[in-house]
Design a protein around this ligand. Structure first.
Ligand code: 3AM
Length: 189
């Protein structure tokens, strides 16, 4: 199974973001983008990749410990950014240091559970809202400019989530992976 660790924003944050993202659909070149589904919006903390189901209990134990070590922290959606011409995302503010620490802990927990993690890159909190469609080359900078003043209402991040990514239905153009939370742990308990 394909797994990743994530922070899942609450419904209010999702709804606020949905309004902001709707406005982006009118910008030039938006047809070259594949917008991610609202129900799957998440901040990836660590990508575990394909994991043997047998080690899931060990992963869960390690993740439980990692979550317990971290106190809840405030976060809000804030502005946007892009990775080249590939991905457009919304950023976060408020508890970025705590978020980075949680990402590091999730990465370490997965490693200790025996997951072959890729090299741990500098963590950048981002929630992907669109990706370039194959064969399109949309300039994402106007989208980032349009998001520059976007500020969501702050919430308290109180959970670490382990999410399963189910592959898109084969043969359906534009089909997206389906994300399914496997388990969530409260922070700080
Ligand atoms: O939602 P974002 O973009 O933060 O890009 C994938 C997505 O992150 C990322 O894991 C999240 C859930 O699929 N991802 C997919 N394959 C990856 C890989 N090989 C990857 N991240 C790192 N390495």
């Amino acid at each position: 199974m394909r797994l990743f660790a994530a922070v899942l924003p609450p419904a209010r944050a999702i709804d606020e973001l949905a309004v902001a993202v709707e406005r982006l659909h009118t910008l030039p070149g938006s047809g070259g983008l594949r917008w991610t589904g609202h129900d799957g919006w998440h901040f990836t903390l660590a990508f575990l990749g394909e994991v043997d189901e047998e080690i899931l209990p060990v992963i869960e134990e390690r993740f439980g410990r990692a979550a317990a070590r971290q106190d809840p922290f405030p976060l809000r959606l804030h502005g946007g950014g892009h990775f080249g011409r590939r991905a457009l995302w919304v950023g976060a503010a408020g508890g970025i240091d705590a978020m980075r620490l949680l990402a590091d802990r999730a990465d370490a927990a997965a490693r200790r559970a025996g997951v072959a993690m890729e090299e741990h890159r500098a963590y950048k909190a981002h929630l992907t809202i669109a990706r370039s469609r194959t064969g399109f080359d949309t300039d994402l900078r106007p989208y980032v400019e349009a998001l520059a003043h976007f500020e969501g209402t702050a919430w308290t991040v109180g959970e670490l989530a382990l999410v399963r990514s189910n592959p898109p239905v084969p043969g359906v153009p534009g089909a997206q992976p389906r994300y399914e939370p496997v388990r969530v742990w409260p922070l700080g308990r």
